[in-house]
Design a binder for this molecule. Structure first.
Ligand code: 3PG
Length: 307
């Protein structure tokens, strides 16, 4: 059995070593494709792979067509919007993710960006503190919970909205559960996004919603660029010079944001919320173990596509 790690954005070496150990101990072979620049390299590498570990790498019908021996794809991470689930099912390929394994890393980066925003991008002028400010957590999943935990240390007042999480679950963490996204944005000085990119959420962070934020509002996006209505956010930030947008997922309109909103817009060059050795080890080794469990015992825990 051949397991391929196909990562445009490589794991830390220590994580690859850990994955190798899991795979080789199970008696399988490990192949590595990192930092590929052309899709054809991926199409070639998947030809004889029985299992693939990916990150945000795109697995579409063309890749699945090329991967004739493929049985399983594990997205080492949370969001699996980069995998065509229907095509995978049609190809009889199991798709899994590794929920929770990189969530602390993403949550920590959200705070890195919050501090940078309220300290005016470290430009030397007097900023503000996070202590005592109202933080809105938009979606209370694994990352959202870590954000809440860290926010307590900062002394923030914490609010959350999650349409799919019972209020009692949120409130037992000492977080105020609000009834709608509108209420969250109207209430909070800083909003941290943790929603997945789905048909319902794409473009949902729009002019009307962000405009509800109080003066000096900071929007932090460590989720997905697709959830932002970029055209409307640009329009709003043109009208409201008090708003700041900090993102770990470079917008399609990055150049426009960067040119128009100097001092109140920041994007990492490449999504790096989960780019820590710890997150790479946790998610990478979980992916390897899930592959071994699937190939040896048929274990389908964490399967995300239909059979
Ligand atoms: C995730 O969905 O797990 C995060 O967005 C991290 O993605 P990455 O593995 O591409 O850094």
């Amino acid at each position: 059995m051949k397991v391929l790690i196909a990562t445009d954005k490589p794991f830390a070496k220590v994580a690859v070593d850990g994955i190798r150990k899991e795979i080789e101990t199970a008696g399988y072979e490990l192949a590595l494709l990192e930092k590929y620049t052309e899709k054809v390299q991926l199409l070639d590498a998947v030809k004889d792979a029985n299992a693939i570990i990916i990150r945000s790498d795109i697995i579409d019908a063309e890749v699945l067509d090329a991967a004739k021996e493929l049985k399983i794809v594990v997205r080492a991470g949370a969001g699996y919007d980069n995998v065509d689930l229907e095509a995978a099912t049609a190809h009889n390929v199991c798709v899994m993710n590794t929920p929770g394994q990189n969530s602390n890393a993403v949550a920590e980066l959200a705070f890195g960006m919050m501090v940078m925003a309220v300290r005016n991008m470290y430009n030397g002028t007097s900023g503000t503190e996070l202590k005592g400010k109202k933080l809105g957590i938009h979606a209370y999943g694994n990352v959202g919970r870590n954000v809440a935990r860290i926010a307590k240390g900062f002394g923030m007042e914490i609010f959350a909205f999650d349409a799919f999480c019972p209020k009692e679950v949120i409130e037992k963490d000492g977080v105020k559960a609000v009834d709608s996204a509108d209420e969250l944005y109207s209430t909070c000085d800083v909003v941290s996004l943790h929603i997945p990119a789905t048909a319902e959420t794409k473009n949902s962070i729009n002019y009307a919603l962000v405009n509800k934020m109080p003066k000096g509002g900071v929007l932090v996006n460590t989720a997905r660029k697709e959830v932002i209505n970029e055209t409307e956010l640009i329009q709003l930030m043109e009208e409201r010079a008090d708003l700041k947008y900090m993102t770990d997922i470079m917008p399609a309109a990055n150049e426009t944001f960067a040119a128009k909103f100097v001092g109140r817009y920041f994007s990492t060059p490449k999504k790096m919320g989960a780019q820590t050795a710890e997150a790479n080890i946790n998610a990478g080794i979980a992916a390897a173990q899930q592959i071994v469990g699937f190939l040896k015992d048929g274990c389908e825990k964490f399967r995300v596509n239909k059979k």
